[in-house]
Design a protein around this ligand. Sequence first.
Ligand SMILES: [Fe+2]
Length: 290
Amino acid sequence: MLIILSKKGSEGLKRLVFGIIKCLVIASVVVAGLAVYSFKIEPKRLVTKEYELEFSSGGTDSIRVVQFSDVHLGPNYSLEQLERLVDRVNDLEPDIIAFTGDLLDVASEFERRSETSGILGKLSSRYGNYAVWGNHDHGGGGVRFYEDLMMKSGFTLLKNENSIIELESGQVLNIIGLDEAMLGKPDVQKAYSGVDDRGAKLLLLHQPDLVDEIGYDNFDLALAGHSHGGQVVVPTFGPVVTPPLAKKYRKGMYQLGTHTHLYVNSGIGTTRIPIRFWSPPEISVFDITL
Ligand SMILES: [Fe+2]
């Protein structure tokens, strides 16, 4: 079939083809830019988020709690990055440091495991460093190394147990640590055994959705991780996907009562795909009046 285009028709076709090519080039540049940002830039853009909270005790003393979570040491988060993280946390002059699980991505595959406690052990706080278990601390061979590693790093590892701190003012703070639920065995009753009800309650746990089983009356502030803030967030929509037990509470601060809050930290490292978008790695800081 012979098609004869007029000069006008031929010009129109040229403009259409040129327009399509231009759109494809722009789309490719945008996609390439987003990919470079999401894989190379945002995963290293550590941010500090600061919050002021009042506990129900009605006191005037204040403490600073600094939380970090989900480091996932491994091929995508190095010990050199951990060194810089430790410096950033120490610069915040914490009264209490809280780590909410997932230190190593796949513990049995991380060859520099023995060097970790020397770096983590440089973390310093007035009243102590506390940690709980994450599912990656149980899985990937982590169960063989995590407890020993945290002990050597100077952390008090709370597995369904608590520590009671007396602050310099004489006020009491209970720090309660719950085991994670995917490969561990959380036991709320055991975790709260011996808690001093006159004092405030800081709950540490890995998976945020567990707070609904604990009851909002049983803590003033719960600190969790696990979700990584979704790693990839669509602005105005939220995280694209979060893991089991981080479906209801996915990212950031949740007010559960007048003086009761849950904070879901977006984590430091990444797992599976080393990507972050609109959910940078974070240290969270809580200046609490209690
Ligand atoms: Fe994690």
